[in-house]
Ligand binder design. Structure first.
Ligand code: PBG
Length: 338
């Protein structure tokens, strides 16, 4: 994004900034950014069972769907013009293990969800997270040995995980694990199995954040993490230059799109990434950001409709091509109504 030459500044009273703001039509004419349903990716949670929907307690308004209930939910998103969904599983405790083998079970919840959605809606984009935390009894994104998350051993597991997801019909592999070298090995693993058309959206600059709290409730991984942090692989919230190095490496290794996460508290990172690299750039408006607005609105402190659209516009202003957001369906509906 180029900001162009600096704008000439006039002198009062000849220059009255309020003139352009006077009418709805003039405000529309000078509007610099637009938000449409095309900008939205909807993250959905999937749980075991049939004909089952259950609430996520710390994310009022968000639910987990059994795989058979997903096609109807996705039909609504599709009708509103949302291009893609991202799938996250609440794996039952009995299927979690220290080796996270369930991650590459071709019949795991993620694969069931992908097949259900793709059978019903072949033209809907489906993204799958690649990381071991939903399947790992340690609650970490990688395999733990002697208290340490092992990088290279985890890479092998991630490749196996990605392959079952792609074989189930997933279009976009989105690694969120922050292991070093993962984009390169995933690209190679996919290509060597004939999946060169599958996209890679890298969670390139993913911070070790307290804003993921409600998500860890939604996938029921929090208890397994036993109060530990992910500081040895996710980024330090104090750093910016390091994010640019992460993004540069992921682009070099073959990422088609990059992501910054969390979203609103990290828009400075989005701005620098987009300015520096000019690649398709996304942000994840994470569970804690959703909960903050939603719970404040439910308590009468904020106007939900306004703050949802205002927040999502902030991502566009910062340079995002799109946003992963739990507000996607509500926002798309609001955009259609307005
Ligand atoms: C797991 C993963 C996380 C999120 C997406 N993928 C949580 C984490 O890293 O602990 C967070 C999403 C959200 O908070 O909405 N690798």
């Amino acid at each position: 994004m180029s900001r162009g030459p600096s704008t000439p500044v006039g002198v009062f009273p000849q220059t009255r900034m309020r003139r352009n703001r006077r009418w709805d039509w003039s405000r529309r004419l000078v509007r610099e950014n637009t938000l449409t349903p095309d900008d939205l990716i909807w993250p959905v949670f999937v749980c075991e069972g049939t004909d089952h929907i259950e609430p996520v307690p710390t994310m009022p308004g968000v639910v987990r769907y059994s795989p058979d209930r997903l096609p109807a939910a996705v039909a609504e998103a599709k009708a509103l013009g949302i291009p893609a969904v991202a799938i996250f599983p609440a794996t039952p405790a009995s299927a979690k293990s220290p080796g996270a083998e369930e991650a590459w079970n071709p019949d795991n919840l993620v694969c069931q969800a992908v097949r259900a959605i793709k059978d019903a809606h072949p033209d809907m984009g489906v993204m799958c997270d690649v990381a071991l935390d939903p399947f790992n009894s340690d609650g970490h994104d990688g395999i733990v040995r002697d208290g340490h998350v092992e990088n290279d051993e985890t890479l092998e597991a991630l490749c196996r995980q990605a392959l079952v997801q792609v074989e189930a019909g997933c279009d976009v592999i989105a690694p969120s694990d922050m292991m070093d070298g993962r984009i390169g090995v995933l690209r190679e693993a996919l290509d060597s199995e004939g999946h060169e058309k599958v996209l890679l959206m890298s969670y390139a600059a993913k911070y070790s954040s307290g804003f993921y709290g409600p998500f860890r409730d939604a996938i029921e991984s929090k208890g397994f993490l036993k109060g530990e942090t992910k500081d040895t692989y996710q980024m330090d919230p104090a750093n910016t230059d390091e994010a640019l190095r992460e993004v540069a490496l992921d682009i070099e290794e073959g990422a088609d799109m990059v992501m910054v996460k969390p979203g609103l508290p990290y828009l400075d990172i989005v701005y620098r990434v987009k300015e520096r690299f000019g690649v398709p750039t996304f942000a994840y408006n994470v569970s804690g950001e959703y909960a903050m607005l939603r719970i404040a609105a439910d308590n009468g402190a904020l106007d939900y409709d306004r703050v949802v659209l205002e927040s999502l516009m902030a991502f566009k202003r910062a340079g995002c091509n799109g946003v992963l957001t739990y507000f996607a369906v509500d926002a798309a509906r609001l955009l259609h109504d307005s």
